[in-house]
Design a protein around this ligand. Structure first.
Ligand code: CTP
Ligand code: MG
Length: 181
């Protein structure tokens, strides 16, 4: 496998546990909002789009996926010669950080007076990446430095917005989301 493709593949693999939680939350979320309906100033703290069920099930899906990927590693590596990372503590910090980043963005959106679902181009595509990378860098620094070398990091920053826009448009077309972003 060429250098470019293997960099993209490793970036995708390493970030999968961070990609899945937000999409799982869209499918499985709902019910009680985390902020319990509370407001701060004239707006909700987080809004109805951040629920306990979405956050917990989203994080759980990312964690389970990471453990599954660990089992698939050897089967992928042997035929392709591709060396993909093995998740350790990152199996939890990636999905949890992704949900946290998404939540922080909602907090910011409510503070700036934006209603639930209001788009903030750029932030919407990268909030969960920044959350996942930050929490992982903080709690699993060695793993982070080993896996997210500069080329992989750059691949993540380019690849993620593209994937995010693509999956959200699909979710919108299938009627799972109210807005295509
Ligand atoms: N969701 C959830 N819990 C989360 C994140 C998402 O239940 N922690 C579900 C909600 O049903 C939410 C949907 O996934 O409406 C889409 O997520 P997102 O786009 O992040 O939320 P928005 O509704 O757009 O709200 P916000 O403006 O706060 O981003
Ligand atoms: Mg949204």
């Amino acid at each position: 496998m060429g250098r470019f493709l293997s960099t993209v593949a490793r970036a995708f693999w390493a970030m999968l546990p961070a990609y899945v939680p937000n999409n799982a939350a869209v499918l499985l979320g709902g019910d009680r909002p985390i902020d319990g309906g509370r407001t701060w100033g004239s707006n909700r703290v987080l809004g109805d789009g951040k629920t306990w069920r979405g956050t917990l099930l989203g994080t759980a899906c990312g964690l389970v996926l990471a453990l599954l990927l660990n089992r698939l590693r050897t089967y992928v590596g042997a035929p392709t010669g591709l060396s993909v990372p093995r998740f350790g503590r990152s199996a939890l910090t990636l999905p949890l950080g992704a949900m946290g980043g998404d939540m922080a963005a909602s907090f910011y959106k409510r503070r700036s007076g934006r209603d639930r679902g209001a788009p903030v181009p750029g932030l919407d595509q990268l909030d969960f990446v920044l959350g996942a990378l930050s929490l992982t860098a903080l709690l699993s620094p060695k793993w982070f430095r080993r896996v997210f070398r500069l080329p992989v990091l750059l691949a993540v920053l380019v690849l993620t917005p593209l994937l995010h826009v693509g999956t959200n448009v699909l979710a919108y077309l299938f009627g799972l989301k109210d807005e295509p972003y």
